[in-house]
Design a protein around this ligand. Structure first.
Ligand SMILES: NC(=O)c1ccc[n+]([C@@H]2O[C@H](COP(=O)([O-])OP(=O)(O)OC[C@H]3O[C@@H](n4cnc5c(N)ncnc54)[C@H](OP(=O)(O)O)[C@@H]3O)[C@@H](O)[C@H]2O)c1
Length: 268
């Protein structure tokens, strides 16, 4: 059995990853920026789930977590960098956009790319906020998103690699997104897309750097999932979104330096 640490796990895909892992008997460290929310989320998950406070943008919080994990568990086998921030907060406009996306994705998948090219029109109509392309997005907001989605994962990897070296099969899984794939860098959700493209680059970098130490470092896309971030119109359940991360954490033989969706390798 493995000891597996999951960031941003008080709700959404992270919580579902913890739920699935706990059922199979692994020791799970469920991390939450708000410890009370983490404890509430973990209620009923089992004695093998341990809640810890973690804000991945705060070095003190990361140091405290490290000390607590070192003294209580000694090492971890798997780090799942799941915590993430979306481009825009939930709003009526977003919900309308989600509904449109859902309809388009469900009925005519190839229209996906057309929807992206319609983005200027959607901006004009107010469905997508006006400052929402790479040319006009707020750099402050982009930096906040990068700080969480990419630098947060980077901080966690730097801090926890020394603890993971003790493992016989150390693995790092970065929860990325298809929006970070090169072919999808269209200026649609620019800050989020760039943060995930950078997270993918970070994955490749650490896969190469840690190869000789036996680490498996991979990224994955959960698909469009019905979480707070994905919204109620998304196409996938939380269970479907968590599935590939759980597989990457526990399947006997996995490669390193790859990007996965639905347990299959996909292009960067
Ligand atoms: N849902 C989708 O359709 C979709 C698609 C592709 C990729 N993803 C990726 O999947 C991952 C999980 O997304 P989700 O859909 O489950 O999102 P979610 O429901 O919005 O949950 C995000 C989680 O990240 C946590 N978080 C945010 N900033 C944090 C920080 N600085 N420190 C610690 N925790 C932080 C949140 O904590 P609080 O509750 O404290 O805010 C929450 O637990 C994300 O990396 C996301 O980018 C999601």
């Amino acid at each position: 059995m493995k000891t597996i640490l999951v960031t941003g796990a008080n709700r959404g895909i992270g919580l579902e990853i913890c739920r699935q892992l706990s059922k199979t008997g692994h020791t799970v460290i469920l991390c939450s920026a708000d410890i009370v929310k983490g404890k509430t989320a973990a209620a009923g998950l089992g004695d093998n789930v341990h809640v810890r406070q973690l804000d991945i943008t705060d070095n003190n919080s990361i140091n405290n977590l490290y000390n607590s994990v070192l003294s209580d568990f000694g090492a971890i086998d798997v780090l799942i960098n799941n915590a993430g921030k979306g481009e825009i907060e939930s709003s009526g406009k977003r919900s309308l956009l989600s509904k449109t996306k859902s309809m388009v994705f469900k009925r005519i998948p190839y229209i996906k790319n057309l929807a992206k090219s319609l983005s200027p029109l959607l901006k004009k109509s107010g469905i997508i906020p006006k400052d929402h392309g790479a040319a006009d997005v707020s750099i402050d907001r982009a930096m906040t998103i990068m700080n969480t989605n990419m630098f947060g994962a980077w901080r966690m990897i730097q801090k926890f690699v020394p603890l993971m070296i003790k493992s016989e099969d150390p693995r790092i899984i970065n929860i990325s997104s298809g929006m970070g794939q090169f072919r999808n860098l269209t200026g649609y959700y620019p800050a989020y897309s760039l943060s995930k493209a950078s997270l993918n680059a970070l994955t490749i970098m650490f896969a190469n750097e840690l190869k000789d130490k036996g680490f498996k470092v991979n990224a994955m896309c959960p698909g469009w999932v019905r979480s707070d971030m994905g919204g109620p119109d998304a196409l996938r359940s939380l269970a479907e979104g968590a599935d590939t991360a759980v597989w990457l954490a526990t399947f006997k033989e996995i490669p390193t330096g790859k990007f996965f969706k639905d347990k299959k390798e996909t292009e960067w």
